[in-house]
Write a protein that binds this ligand. Sequence first.
Ligand code: C2E
Ligand code: MG
Ligand code: MG
Ligand code: MG
Length: 280
Amino acid sequence: IARQAGENITHIYNPQLHGKAIDHLRLENELRHAISHGELKVFYQPVVSATDGAIAGSESLVRWQHPERGLLAPCHFIPLAESAGLIHAIDLWIFRESCRQYREWILHGGSASMFISVNISVQSLDISWADQILKAVAEFGIPPESIHLEITESVFAGDIEKIIGLLEQLAGLGISFAIDDFGTGYSCFSYLRRLPASCLKIDKAFIDDIVDHEKARALVRSIIHMAHDLGMNIIAEGIENKEQAAILASLGADYMQGYYFGRPLAAEDCDMSAGRRLPG
Ligand code: C2E
Ligand code: MG
Ligand code: MG
Ligand code: MG
C-alpha cells in the first residue's frame, strides 16, 4: 500500500495495474526513441471542395511504425505523448515534414493554391513553438497562407488569453487556424468570436447520423449558418458515403473530408495533382 504525498488517496498494490504501469513506461521510452529514430510517419488525407470535389488541401495525420506492434494510430500514443511532455517534439516534426512534403507536391504538379493542415495539441502552443513554426515556414519557402493549423476545443480550457495572443501573432502573418472536432468538447461560444480561426471542422459524430436523422441535419445546418455568419468556412469530417456528401453539399459545407473521398495515405501513395477530383 502506498500513500501519495499530500493526497488522501490510498493505492492498493494491484499486479495487473503494475503491469499496465510498466507497459506505459516502456511505451514512453519507445516513443522517445521513435522520434529520434525516424519511426514516425505522416499520412495525408485529401480535403475536397464541396462544390466540385477538387482537391483543396490535405490533412497530416501522424502514424507510428512500431518495430514490433506495427503501424499505430494516434489514439495509441498521442495521449501518452501529451502526458509525457513529448507532444511538442512530435507536433513540430510532423509540421516540418508536412512543409517538406508540401513543397515536393507543389514542385511536382500539385496545385499551388492547396493548403496543408496540421494538428497541434494545446500543450504545444507556446512561444518557442510559434518561433519554430515561423522558422520552418521560411526554411521550406511555404506561403503562410497555405498553412492551416488545427486546434481543438481543449484550448478553451487552457490559458486562453495567452493562446489567443499566440494565434493572433501567427494569423497576422497569414497562417490560418481551424477548430477541429467542433461540437464534441468544451465549447464556449464567446471564445469562438475571439479566436482568430477561419475554419470550423464539424466532427464525424454529427455526420454519422445525418442521412437518417432530421435532428442531426438541423444541428449541422445551424453550425454551418453560424460559422458562415462569423465569416468562417466549414469542413465536414468523416464523410463515408455519397448520401452524406450530397447532404453536406446541399447544406452549404465548403469542404469535405472522409474515407469516401480518400483515406489517409503515405505520401508515396498519394496523388495530389492539381485539378484531380474525388472520389476518383
Ligand atoms: P482529427 O484531427 O479529427 O483527424 C480525423 C481522424 O478521423 C483521423 O484519425 C482520420 O484518419 C479519421 N477519419 C477521416 N475520415 C474518416 C472517415 O470517413 N471515417 C472514419 N471512421 N474515420 C475517418 P486518426 O488519423 O486516427 O487521428 C485521430 C486523431 O489524432 C486526430 O483527429 C487528431 O486529433 C490526432 N492527431 C493525428 N495526428 C496528429 C498530430 O500530428 N499531432 C497531434 N497533436 N494530434 C494528431
Ligand atoms: Mg484534425
Ligand atoms: Mg477532427
Ligand atoms: Mg478527432
